[in-house]
Design a protein around this ligand. Sequence first.
Ligand SMILES: [Zn+2]
Length: 85
Amino acid sequence: MDELMLDGNAVAGLLQEVFAVEMTTAIGTCGNCGATEAVGAIHVFRGAGIVLRCPHCDNTLVKIVKDGTRLWIGFPGVRTLEVAV
Ligand SMILES: [Zn+2]
């Protein structure tokens, strides 16, 4: 594992701000390998932005960039995201 890598729990607060539901238990399906994982188990890399990667195939699932007032979220590698409502 890369020393800068965290798990999905590291971005739980940020995701909850946006989606207004508990996100660590949301289930994401990877658009590349088809694996399903709770967001809390997804690999998180922090740099100039935040990148969430599939723990099975390393596919880029989500990209997040935040400045003081806005947030950009892209889902280039997520097939589906299942949340409890
Ligand atoms: Zn995958």
